[in-house]
Design a binder for this molecule. Structure first.
Ligand code: 4NP
Length: 170
């Protein structure tokens, strides 16, 4: 039987998923942690991130992503890339994906249909997103401006997400 005290104390677990886990999901991860901490909810949630591809496993953030975060006052230094795996389902309560290709890859790995219910498009929480505009565009191949646009997107989405998550705090 589940210990009700232990169950109540267990943090709600959110994970952010992109392709490489060196640009988009790490930026979303650092900013969401910052917002939850600022809201006094830091100990009620765990935030992690990973990529569906494993090429960068163990690597720090892309230097352009790190510079964009650092300039805006965030700590980008602790990130190390991880690969999304089937275990990520059992390890998380909410799985937020950055684009439709990540969504398809993550859903394909789901152990059960019930586990698939944990998956949402990250930008479905963005107050400025529309039904046909739900992706965080990959800045990896683009210019520096792409990283600034991703930061603005993840800042407003993290604010909205913090309010959405608040009632899920244990
Ligand atoms: P991310 O960007 O998915 O936002 O981390 C990428 C980083 C690396 C690669 C692709 C996307 N890559 O092909 O190595």
């Amino acid at each position: 039987m589940t210990d009700p005290v232990a169950a109540a104390a267990a943090p709600y677990r959110v994970t952010l998923v992109c392709l490489g886990n060196i640009c988009r999901s790490p930026m979303a991860h650092v900013v969401l942690e910052d917002r939850l901490e600022a809201a006094g909810l830091g100990d009620r949630f765990t935030v992690t991130s990973s990529g569906t591809g494993g090429w960068h496993t163990g690597d720090p953030m892309d230097p352009r992503a790190a510079a964009t975060l650092t300039e805006a006052g965030y700590d980008a230094s602790r990130h190390r890339a991880r690969k999304f795996s089937i275990d990520s389902y059992a390890e998380n309560d909410l799985i937020l994906v950055m684009d439709h290709s990540n969504e398809a890859d993550v859903l394909e790995l789901a152990p059960t249909v019930e586990e698939q219910q944990k998956v949402r498009m990250y930008r479905s929480f963005d107050p400025e997103a529309g039904p046909d505009d739900l992706e965080v565009p990959d800045p990896w191949f683009g210019d520096e401006g792409g990283f600034t646009r991703v930061l603005a997107m993840v800042e407003r989405t993290s604010d909205a997400l913090t309010e959405h998550l608040r009632p899920s705090a244990p």
